[in-house]
Design a protein around this ligand. Structure first.
Ligand code: FES
Length: 220
């Protein structure tokens, strides 16, 4: 279809090709569309922005943690098995039939003047003896002295020990003698000293080792 142009006087109207006009309009629209798309698209899909980030790593230092070590050491200590010499009585202060209760190396003992010669006895008549005051049966203490028989009697189960025969059990449950204390006698002073046991004290596995830490000071 051909349209006549009426612009310009004196000029000869030229026919306008409608197809050409459509092409021009289409190109202009396309350009406008691209421009608009660029703007809109830019807003919808923002550019990726790269930031430079510096990460700060904490400084790691090696710290020496003190370690507590438990060291078990076996110390072998030689303890001489020597009985101390300890004064336990004075002959001039002893009365026949009246026992003196005291201790030797922290073991309870009884010193007795029996009035007749006794095994391991000391003094002018060899009648002073000393014994553990703990029953050899089940450890009852103290034992009671019977002057009529010269025996120590256990009130627990009525066992008896003859003090003139080194503490021999004469009746009752024990299957052993009562532990006797060895004595020394000083004629010049009348002092009587304990110098050891002749057998194991009831409850002890070693008379010296168990008595040494708390033993009385020795004297001479
Ligand atoms: S405890 Fe002494 S006789 Fe049994």
């Amino acid at each position: 279809m051909i349209i006549m142009s009426d612009k310009g006087e004196g000029k000869k109207k030229e026919p306008i090709d409608s197809n050409r006009r459509a092409i021009v309009v289409g190109v202009a629209g396309a350009i406008a569309g691209i421009a608009a798309g660029t703007v809109i698209g830019g807003n919808l899909f923002p550019k990726t922005i790269t930031h430079q980030i510096t990460e700060v790593q904490p400084e790691v230092k090696e710290v020496q943690v003190p370690v507590t070590k438990t060291v078990t050491q076996t110390i072998t200590k030689e303890v001489p098995e020597v009985y101390p010499k300890v004064m336990v009585a004075n002959y001039n202060q002893l009365t026949v039939g009246k026992p003196v209760i005291t201790t030797y190396m922290n073991y309870p003992i009884v010193v007795v003047r029996t009035g007749k010669p006794s095994m391991n006895g000391v003094g002018p008549n060899n009648d002073v003896v000393a014994f553990s005051n703990v029953c050899a049966h089940m450890g009852y203490q103290p034992l009671l002295y019977d002057p009529t028989t010269a025996c120590l009697v256990c009130p627990q189960h009525y066992s008896q020990y003859d003090l003139t025969r080194s503490g021999m059990q004469v009746i009752g449950h024990p299957n052993q003698y009562l532990a006797q204390v060895y004595l020394e006698y000083d004629e010049s002073t009348g002092n009587i000293y304990a110098i050891g046991f002749n057998r194991l004290v009831y409850g002890a596995y070693n008379n010296v080792l168990q008595g040494v830490s708390s033993s009385s000071s020795s004297s001479s």
